[in-house]
Design a protein around this ligand. Structure first.
Ligand code: DX5
Ligand code: ZN
Length: 221
């Protein structure tokens, strides 16, 4: 049985009381904190940086923090987030001039490393770096905002990446990000994903535990 990870995106959390909100979603059954970093350059939105990651650690958050970098360039932020307590760092290959070097930088700083592919990005980006990847994140919306709808062609892309991962024989997480809800999570899992980012589906409901429980019930079907 696959061990599925649910990673709430704190982009949709209450930033005025972020520590409490993150603690609550973890107490309510989430596995990983998905931390969206946007720079108003790679994507047209601006969010939070390494100081906030460190603040969550200082607040007592011990769960894995999965930093999704939507910034360009990436290398300085990789070092800063590793020092701020990140567990996983992923970035978009078109935001780094030297993708292999940036992946190695993440690993050299003791974090798990991953690449993020946008809806229109080619799977060829993965070809020469499979041996450095711990995570592959497929965007199922165009990056920059929460609350968008899942782009259906992501399902076919997930199937293709699942085959690549299985053929590699490596232990690589297949993560999906954007528009994941209770009513589509099962279909997304069947296409090959095993790590689910969900922002608005969880944080826009008062009862996080109810949503996470429903997601797990769907995944167990
Ligand atoms: C979008 C972010 C996502 C976003 C997902 O660029 O990477 O993590 O928060 O939000 P939902 O789950 O609402 O689509
Ligand atoms: Zn994200």
């Amino acid at each position: 049985m696959t061990d599925y990870l649910i990673a709430p995106s704190i982009l949709s959390a209450d930033f005025a009381r972020l520590g409490d909100d993150v603690k609550k979603v973890l107490d309510d059954g989430a596995d990983v904190v998905h931390f969206d970093v946007m720079d108003n350059h790679y994507v047209p939105n601006l969010t939070i940086g390494p100081m906030v990651c460190k603040a969550l650690r200082d607040f007592g958050i011990t769960a894995p923090i999965d930093v999704h970098l939507m910034v360009e360039p990436v290398d300085t932020m990789i070092v800063d987030f590793a020092q701020a307590g990140a567990s996983i760092i992923t970035f978009h290959p078109d935001a780094s001039k030297h993708v292999d070097r940036s992946l190695q930088l993440i690993k050299d700083h003791g974090c798990k490393a991953g690449l993020v592919l946008n809806p229109a990005s080619s799977l060829e980006e993965l070809t020469h770096v499979m041996d450095k990847l711990d995570v592959i994140l497929l965007m199922s919306v165009n990056p920059g905002f929460g609350g968008q709808s899942f782009i259906p062609h992501t399902l076919e892309k997930l199937r293709q990446v699942r085959k690549l991962i299985d053929a590699s024989g490596r232990d690589i997480r297949l993560q999906v990000d954007g528009g994941v809800k209770v009513d589509n999570i099962k279909e997304i899992a069947e296409a090959g994903a095993d790590m689910f980012v969900a922002g608005s589906a969880i944080f826009n409901q008062p009862d996080y535990k109810a949503v996470i429980d429903e997601m797990r019930i769907e995944l167990a079907k």
